[in-house]
Design a protein around this ligand. Structure first.
Ligand code: GRG
Length: 295
């Protein structure tokens, strides 16, 4: 089994290639929209969600080509969410992945359309005829992604986030918001990977689902810690924004030390969920990577 670094490098490379070939080239009309879509997706980001898809795929011995498609679908939804989140009507940010945000580089209307088109491209990829041998399993994947991205998932979490600016959220309200806004798509990445190979027992899918939920929350707790501690150059996005915008975060609610302790607890719980599963070592390594990352 290759070490984590070598595995990550390999998956990132094949994800980039798969995304590159899914996205329309910028020479096809409408050129400006296609250029903006490619700008939003290619050559940046940690690709945590594609890595999770591939790591979960190891548990069910999934064919890598199926995992590429699922990984791209999740990453395209993620990229769309970042484009829209950065727009003036939402978070109003100018820097993302170390580059000007899409509405700054292009314009607001193009950013809006690029996000829309990235979202539909994700579902186009995932609904490709013959992706999985079992059509019912493939429909389940489309359903999972729609649920994770929609009003009872990421978009709903974003709505709660926007409504909470300047308000004091308690811990359970904050948790509810993050489980939806950031957590739903991360959880979905794990489940989609687990659906790409040989059918798993329902109990194993439940372990993976709970792992995904815990890692989704963990990701956000660590993001809050990094936002409070990190600098803009390292993060590739504007640091300290949450505090500046009076947004509730784990750090503002619990303080740094208790937020770090909470991240440790979530990691232990997540690792406990996948311990009984075979070939879950990559998932465990990724969960640790999410805690120890610096950007
Ligand atoms: C606009 C419908 C809609 C939703 C937006 C996820 C989201 C919802 C907004 C992103 C805001 C944000 C910065 C949330 C904190 C956690 C997070 C998702 C960070 C960005 O994800 P990373 O760190 O980004 O995986 P990269 O660039 O590495 O892909």
């Amino acid at each position: 089994m290759p070490d984590f670094q070598a595995w990550t490098t390999r998956i990132l490379k094949r994800t980039e290639t798969a995304l590159e070939s899914l996205l329309p080239t910028a020479t096809i009309a409408p050129e400006r929209l296609h250029a903006a879509m490619r700008y939003a997706v290619l050559g940046g980001g940690k690709r945590v969600r594609p890595l999770l898809v591939h790591a979960a795929g190891e548990v069910c011995s999934a064919p890598p080509e199926n995992l590429d498609t699922a990984a791209c679908a999740v990453e395209l939804i993620h990229a769309y969410s970042l484009v829209h989140d950065d727009m003036p009507c939402m978070d109003d940010d100018v820097l993302r992945r170390g580059k000007p945000t899409v509405h700054v580089q292009y314009d607001e209307a193009t950013a809006l359309l690029a996000g829309d088109a990235l979202q539909t491209l994700a579902f186009r990829a995932l609904s490709r005829a013959g992706l999985l041998a079992d059509p019912a399993a493939q429909v389940a994947m489309v359903h999972d992604l729609a649920q994770a991205a929609g009003s009872r998932g990421m978009a709903g979490g974003q709505a709660i986030d926007l409504a909470s600016v300047g308000r004091q959220l308690d811990r359970s309200e904050l948790e509810f918001m993050h489980i939806h806004k950031t957590g739903a798509l991360i959880r979905c990445a794990v489940v989609l990977g687990a659906r790409c190979g040989s059918a798993l027992a329902a109990a194993d899918i439940e372990h993976l689902d709970r792992f995904g939920k815990l890692v989704g929350l963990l990701f956000q707790v660590v993001d809050d810690i990094l936002d409070a501690e990190g600098d803009t150059a390292t993060l590739g996005k504007t640091a300290g924004k949450d505090a500046a915008h009076d947004k509730p975060t784990y750090v503002s609610l619990l303080g740094l030390a208790r937020s770090r302790a909470y991240a440790g607890e979530l990691l232990d719980q997540a690792l406990g969920e996948i311990e009984p599963l075979p070939a879950s070592q990559r998932l465990a390594e990724l969960a640790r990577f999410i805690v120890h990352r610096h950007f």
